[in-house]
Ligand binder design. Structure first.
Ligand code: SF4
Ligand code: SF4
Length: 376
């Protein structure tokens, strides 16, 4: 499981098949050996960069807490153009990238990076295609709304198509908190999506390793429900999901925010080495960028485009991006524990990244008073 200090599991992990466990052993080996081998273990293929929600947004705080759309550390480096380009992955590009992943020995595919993957009109066939190529793990984070607003059985179909890790971002165990935190979402549609997915799996229509997770961004609104056990009781006890994970709500680049429910301490390189660049990478929906971790991209860590595009570097394969100079430089800064330094040896993106921060949970009153965003 992840070394990311902002991430934790509520209760236990689900059991898996031997095949699945074998790939997770390689995942762990990459972390322990800091060895990237010649291919990633896992690739995020960003099927869409659009979303039907605006999590945490309000009149006083229009930005909300969605790091997917805000990516403050990227914006401070002048990357507005890349951060806000929205769209849907071309199915031909998806098929080509998926085949490359299968050919080089990638074990795990995730169908999202930014945005809501169920908004892609081909999402069920995307999962089916990945299942057909035999990946041990096919993952998706979803808000449970998206196209399920129009297709109530969508998540049942996604389960039947062969997803193995279906993760619903739930954030609440009651409709009032849900609507305040996951702004624009429908509680009823989310519940129906979870029910249809759980039912399809219970009816034996899923891949053997299919597990359904409810995930929570812990904020001042839901901290009490998480800490008291109500959240777990509702999603595991009543809704039948297999497991739950919690991520602390964090804002990068010196932003303090009223959503937070923890104090943050910056770690240094003696305490923390990141394993992401040794085992996972991301391809953006348009194929113009590849990244060696899931914390946002800048040209300094870009492994190159996987499509031909005017004004961009020559096209590379996933395997070539994995071996690119930028990916290697980021790895070296973690191997040599220099990412926290100023100047050439340091990596600003890591210094601003949530996973280099250690959270200490705050005891949050049940009725916290919302405060405006403060920029420091
Ligand atoms: S559902 Fe995800 S991508 Fe959409 S606004 Fe919420 S956190 Fe962001
Ligand atoms: S930005 Fe750096 S610390 Fe953060 S996930 Fe990427 S490699 Fe790891």
């Amino acid at each position: 499981m992840s070394k990311d200090p902002t991430f934790s599991v509520l209760g236990g992990l689900p059991t898996r098949s031997e095949r699945y466990e074998a790939y997770r052993k390689e995942w762990d080996r990459r972390e322990n050996a800091l060895d990237p081998s010649d291919h990633p273990v896992h690739v995020d293929l960003e099927s869409v960069a659009v979303c039907d929600l605006r999590c945490g947004s309000s009149e006083e705080d229009p930005q909300g807490f969605c790091q997917i759309w805000t990516h403050e550390h990227i914006r401070t480096q002048g990357f507005d153009e890349h951060t806000y380009q929205r769209g849907y992955m071309d199915p031909v590009l998806y098929g080509r990238l998926l085949q490359q992943c299968a050919d080089i020995g990638v074990s795990s595919i995730k169908l999202n990076y930014r945005g809501e993957p169920s908004l892609h009109p081909r999402i069920v066939s995307f999962v089916r295609e990945a299942h057909g190529l035999g990946f041990p793990d096919i993952m998706m984070n979803s808000n449970g709304n998206g196209l399920a607003r129009k297709q109530p059985d969508l998540f049942g179909k996604i389960v039947e198509a062969g997803i193995t890790d279906l993760m619903f971002s739930v954030d609440a165990c009651d409709p009032e908190t849900y609507h305040r935190q996951r702004v624009g979402g429908s509680w009823e549609i989310l519940l129906n999506s979870v029910r249809t997915a759980v039912r399809a799996r219970a009816e034996g229509k899923s891949a053997p390793d299919c597990r359904i997770r409810a995930s929570v961004v812990r904020t001042h609104l839901n901290a009490d429900a998480v800490d008291s056990g109500r959240m777990e009781e509702f999603w595991k006890g009543k809704m039948g999901v297999d497991w739950m994970s919690i991520s602390e709500c964090y804002f990068p680049a010196g932003i303090q925010h009223h959503w937070k429910a923890a104090e943050w301490r910056q770690m240094d390189a003696n305490e923390f080495q990141c394993s992401d660049p040794f085992r996972r990478m991301v391809v953006t929906w348009d194929g113009r960028h590849t990244m060696p971790c899931c914390q946002g991209f800048t040209l300094e860590i870009d492994g190159g485009p996987v499509v031909k595009a005017q004004g961009y570097a020559p096209m590379v394969s996933i395997e070539q991006a994995w071996a690119s100079r930028n990916f290697d430089r980021l790895r070296d800064s973690h191997r040599a524990r220099t990412w926290d330094q100023k100047g050439k040896a340091g990596e600003p993106i890591c210094q601003n990244c949530a996973v280099t921060k250690m959270p200490t949970r705050l005891a949050v009153p049940t009725r916290a008073i919302p405060l405006p965003v403060v920029r420091t």
